[in-house]
Design a protein around this ligand. Structure first.
Ligand SMILES: Cc1cc2nc3c(=O)[nH]c(=O)nc-3n(C[C@H](O)[C@H](O)[C@H](O)COP(=O)(O)OP(=O)(O)OC[C@H]3O[C@@H](n4cnc5c(N)ncnc54)[C@H](O)[C@@H]3O)c2cc1C
Length: 384
């Protein structure tokens, strides 16, 4: 029951923005990236068939049922990568310093890497660097589990917790379809302590926001315990990621195939390339799939997954190799561990100009999209 005291006290407290504000600014305005971070930490939020956040059936945001504050601006709002916040502040919090290179983000070391394990190379997208780093980390018990993005024969995706070498291999390879990796990451805290996640730029950025806010105290409190909570983020270079329904239809139409006939997909040098189960390949300009590119990807400059312990992509290295950016001390150690345990070979030849060029194309898209959105009086996130 409200007393006279609380009646005068409550209006003075700051009210969190919560899901209504997130919906108004991000979801209703078409820039939810489907990263799923909001759904990781609030049981009232679920995802629709395209991976977009929505309130669970019959659920109401805490803010609307009497809570004045949830977390600072509301859990969902505090972790969303598509609202405005300061990236320099986040860099100081996560890396302890700000970036020296605008295009590549904060980093300590960049190498080309290739797996030395046949079982990994057979299944991997490029040099198998991601799966090798994780497999070596699992062997050395530096991680207990990792969130991988798996797929069905029909290329629909799911986020799964891999705890064994074979699970990691089963999850290898790129899927150009969204999956709720960050949601799985957040919900896995109940099942594992040293948790890694592989994700695209928006997913790892969402996870970084959670690690530096909501999870910060819990990480600190468990530091001296026998089972400290520890998180590792492996980011993927990413230009765009597609909702399943749209890309399935477009692939089948453009290539004249059933999606289940496709064994591997690759987007490289402006081409969408498919390899079928019979070994034949076909390609189309990636522009042919523009109708499926979410607005969130056009308003994102985070090509190299700038907030992660390690970021990995294909641009910048020869075919069959991966470009690996170790951003944190932990990331450097994971890379060294994979080399030491014989999972990975590395060399210094990386074409950084190629990586920067891709980043600048994303910047140009961002500039054009944000200009248009501003003219239409739509929200554009600011990250200064
Ligand atoms: C949507 C998307 C777009 C990309 N665009 C580019 C690009 O434009 N330029 C570029 O250089 N690189 C891009 N990449 C990265 C590239 O395709 C490879 O994933 C990267 O080079 C790592 O290769 P690897 O052989 O080391 O990885 P692997 O050893 O094969 O491991 C790949 C890892 O990525 C995870 N994964 C696969 N699909 C997804 C997904 N949809 N979401 C989250 N995790 C996933 C897998 O579970 C696995 O853990 C993109 C990746 C994705 C997912």
């Amino acid at each position: 029951m409200m007393t006279a005291d609380t009646e005068t006290f409550v209006p003075l407290m700051k009210r969190s923005k919560g899901f209504d504000e997130l919906k108004k600014l991000v979801i209703d305005q078409g820039i939810c990236s489907g990263c799923s971070t909001c759904a990781a930490f609030c049981e009232r939020i679920t995802l629709d068939e395209n991976g977009q956040a929505q309130l669970a059936e019959g659920a109401e945001c805490n803010m609307n049922i009497g809570a004045v504050q949830c977390s600072d601006e509301g859990t969902c709002y505090d972790v969303c990568p598509m609202v405005s916040f300061s990236k320099p502040e986040l860099e100081k919090e996560f890396f302890g310093d700000v970036r020296k290179d605008q295009d590549l983000g904060y980093y300590r070391k960049i190498v080309a890497a290739r797996s030395k394990k046949k079982d990994i190379l057979d299944k991997a997208q490029d040099g198998g660097a991601v799966t090798s780093i994780l497999a070596a980390a699992l062997e050395a018990k530096l991680i207990d589990a990792n969130v991988v993005t798996s797929r069905t024969d029909e290329w629909n995706t799911s986020a799964d917790l891999a705890t064994k070498h074979d699970d990691l291999i089963a999850g290898a390879g790129t899927k150009y379809v969204r999956a709720p990796a960050t949601m799985k990451f957040g919900k896995s805290i109940r099942n594992a302590r040293k948790i890694a996640m592989v994700g695209t730029g928006c997913q790892t950025l969402g996870a970084t926001r959670a690690i530096t806010s909501l999870l910060k105290d819990t990480i600190e409190k468990t530091k001296e315990s026998d089972t400290p909570l520890d998180f590792t983020l492996i980011g993927l270079f990413c230009f765009e990621n597609f909702p399943y329904g749209c890309i399935k239809e477009a692939l089948e139409r453009e290539f004249g195939v059933k999606i289940g006939d496709i064994a591997k997909t690759d987007i490289t040098r402006g081409k969408f390339i498919i390899t079928k189960h019979d070994g034949t390949t076909d390609q189309k300009p990636v522009k042919a799939f523009d109708e499926c590119v979410p607005e969130a990807c056009n308003i994102c400059t985070n090509f190299t997954s700038e907030f992660a312990d390690i970021s990995v992509g294909s641009v910048g290295t020869d075919d069959g190799w991966s470009t690996v950016i170790a951003r944190t001390e932990k990331g450097e150690k994971l890379l060294e561990n994979a080399v030491k345990l014989g999972y990975l070979e590395t060399k210094d030849e990386v074409n950084l100009e190629a990586v920067k060029k891709n980043r600048s194309i994303k910047q140009m898209k961002f500039d054009a999209t944000s200009k248009k959105r501003k003219e239409e009086d739509k929200f554009v996130p600011e990250y200064d």
